[in-house]
Design a protein around this ligand. Structure first.
Ligand code: ADP
Ligand code: MG
Ligand code: ZN
Length: 660
């Protein structure tokens, strides 16, 4: 451009040469030479540089030989005869100056001047004004005029309208690809697993790092043994389980346990989250599953751990809108793979979920995840053990008692406790201490509880008391009812799935026939929870809702199904499933008895329940010392097992207690 010798463009050129320097570094030349080679890292900065470069390029080329002048000056030039030819565009008028060369050449359009300065005609540009006198003036001065060709850009126009959008789209595409994890430029490599799916060897986690989930640990010790000595089991003809499903609320150590199994067995560990399989593109998840199992088979013995199994394992017919094809394919592929390998190869699949209720039943069939291990929130003893594990990392004041901390954290999961230890350490540092004190833990608990209360798995003290009393009622009613199943465990640690506490009764033998007395006994035990609340607090709570559903159901079936009522002795008052369209899910019930009979059934249920409730109230009143003692013990220890329970009953009351 500096080669321009026209007086019209001289001043402009000097200005432009000043700014041409940055244009040379950020301009198109350097841009395009950078594009194909190099590490090809895309960043916002890069895109910005391209845009700046193009704008500069545009300015340099387009603006190089045309100066913009006021409309009045433009007209003056026409009047003076300086302009021989005019192009009228929408937003501009270009006038070609009367200097030297012939103006007839249509080819001499200025953008080419950059590359071929000789053909350039100096020109001026102006912004048009709505001026009816303009064309008459041109006529008068016999200036040739035409409307400007639409493509006024030439090379620049081509770049702006075609190349730039393409380049831009290419970059966006690349950015998306990167987001989706296929960082390699090979767009077709979707099915490959992310870098995450390499086997982790040498897992340092051991069972000693997990506490408070002893039952789960016991089951998994066996899995470790399978992996270490598969021959021991296969020689005798036993089948090694293929899949073990860890079920429990978040943060209870499911992932930790899976790692510990791999660590103890000394085998490779493949970890993938269910969400990783679910991709935008149909078929990718299935390909990932295939790939994962291919790698795992090569590395056997090993453990494949699928975290958050529910993300792919959701029941296939759940959801109204036809379901999710991609997830279904992924799940099908998983089922195929699980059926396809032989457990003697030393490949065991562990999976974790906190939503076992939504899993597709096909996953739980024999030969798949036929073993389920419950990983529950820890009780008092478990919490102390977990705190001990995590407190190893921090310096504690000698006087600090972790048992006190455990006592103050009912309902906390292992992850919550790990968080508490960390928060306490941070608090100590903030206070400028060298060691963590009890006060630091108190502050940490307060802080964490505030967060957890929102998630509502921390109970208020009064709620705990109600639950302890309620569960005691069930347990004592069970112990006092002849023929009831013995109590194995009572707990007020909230179970993950709805129940606030539980009383576990296990039958001594399988029962196929239940007598009417035993049915009434079951009702008694179910009503025991609410009765205990009434005795102790003089009021009842909503905590018994599920008990009442079950008790009422037993009472109803005694009357309608088992013929145990007085008026309809030995008669079945059945309801039959009818159907409007033949579809089973649209079934509705039609009863085959009169309205009056229905009323009798309702009243009879009410009568039975009221009578049993009265009976249970009396029974618990008579055992009030046991009730109080058990409630207190539960509040303190959170879980009471069989032996402790019956010893406590014997100690609390002189009266004979039937132990089942
Ligand atoms: P989940 O997979 O059940 O959601 P994680 O295994 O990811 O829980 O637990 C998160 C962290 O919480 C663990 O890394 C560990 O530090 C701590 N943690 C959880 N449960 C326990 C436990 N039972 N014993 C020791 N630490 C635990
Ligand atoms: Mg986890
Ligand atoms: Zn109950």
């Amino acid at each position: 451009m500096a080669g321009k010798k026209s007086p019209w463009t001289k001043t402009k050129d000097t200005r432009k040469t000043g700014s041409a320097r940055p244009g040379q570094t950020a301009g198109p030349g350097s841009l395009f030479s950078r594009l194909p080679g190099g590490p090809f890292r895309l960043s916002i900065g890069y895109v910005f540089a391209i845009l700046v470069g193009l704008v500069l390029f545009n300015m340099l080329v387009v603006g190089s030989d045309t100066s913009v002048i006021p409309y009045s000056a433009f007209k003056a030039k026409i009047r003076a005869g300086d302009i021989t030819r005019v192009e009228i565009g929408q937003n501009f008028i270009v006038g070609y100056l009367n200097s030297g060369r012939s103006s007839s050449a249509d080819t001499s359009r200025k953008p080419f001047s950059l590359f071929n300065p000789a053909t350039a005609i100096p020109s001026v540009r102006t912004v048009p004004v709505d001026d009816p006198q303009f064309v008459p003036l041109l006529e008068e001065k016999s200036v040739s005029y035409q409307s400007a060709p639409r493509d006024s850009g030439g090379v620049v126009g081509f770049i702006v309208t075609w190349v730039l959008p393409l380049v831009f789209m290419f970059f966006i595409w690349n950015l998306l690809m990167k987001r989706m994890g296929s960082s390699n430029s090979n767009v077709l490599a979707f099915g490959q697993n992310k870098a995450l799916i390499v086997a982790e060897g040498d897992i340092a986690t051991r069972f000693a790092d997990v506490a408070g989930v002893d039952e789960a640990k016991e089951e998994l010790v066996e899995v470790v043994d399978f992996l270490k000595n598969p021959k021991k089991y296969t020689d005798i003809g036993g089948k090694i389980p293929k899949g073990v499903l860890l079920v429990g609320p978040p943060g209870t150590g499911k992932t930790l346990l899976a790692r510990a199994v791999a660590g103890e067995a000394g085998v490779a560990f493949f970890r993938m989250s269910g969400a990783d399989f679910v991709e935008m593109f149909v078929g990718v998840g299935a390909a990932r599953v295939r790939d994962l199992f291919k790698q795992a088979r090569e590395k056997a013995p090993c453990i494949v751990f699928i975290d958050e199994l529910d993300a792919i394992g959701k029941s296939r017919n759940a959801g109204m809108m036809g379901g999710n094809d991609e997830r279904e394919q992924t799940l099908n592929q998983l089922l195929v793979e699980m059926d396809g390998f032989d457990a003697t190869s030393g490949l065991i699949i562990l999976a974790a979920t906190n939503r076992p209720d939504v899993l597709d039943p096909a996953l739980l069939r024999p030969g798949r995840f036929d073993r389920q291990v419950l990983v529950d929130r820890p009780d008092l003893v478990g919490r102390e053990a977990i705190l001990k594990i995590h407190a190893k990392q921090v310096k504690l004041e000698g006087s600090l008692e972790l048992s006190k901390v455990a006592r103050g954290t009912p309902g906390f999961s292992g992850a919550d406790l790990a968080n508490i230890v960390n928060e306490a350490a941070l608090h100590a540092v903030r206070k400028g201490r060298k060691k963590v004190q009890q006060g630091d833990f108190d502050a940490a608990i307060e802080k964490v509880v505030a967060g957890l209360e929102k998630k509502s798995h921390v109970m208020k003290a009064s709620e705990r008391e109600t639950i302890a009393c309620h569960e005691s009622g069930h347990a004592i009613a069970a112990a006092a009812t002849p023929g009831a199943d013995p109590v194995r465990k009572i707990s007020i640690v909230p179970r993950g799935f709805g129940a606030l506490g539980y009383t576990l009764q296990l039958p001594i033998e399988d029962r196929y026939i239940i007598t009417s007395e035993e049915l009434l006994g079951q009702i008694d035990v179910l009503l025991g929870g609410r009765a205990a609340e009434e005795i102790r607090f003089g009021k009842v709570s909503t905590g018994a809702a599920n008990d009442l559903v079950r008790a009422t159901d037993i009472a109803r079936r005694m009357i309608t199904d088992f013929g145990m009522s007085e008026r309809f002795k030995n008669m079945a008052l059945t309801k039959r499933a009818g159907s409007m369209s033949g579809q089973p899910q649209e079934a509705f019930l039609t009863r085959e008895y009169s309205e009056e009979t229905q009323r009798y059934i309702d009243e009879e249920i009410a009568r039975v329940i009221a009578a049993r409730y009265k009976h249970v109230l009396g029974m618990l009143e008579a055992r009030r010392p046991s009730l109080e003692a058990l409630t207190a013990t539960l509040l303190e220890k959170e879980t009471v097992v069989e032996e402790e329970f019956y010893a406590l009953l014997a100690a609390a009351s002189a009266e004979p207690v039937s132990a089942g």
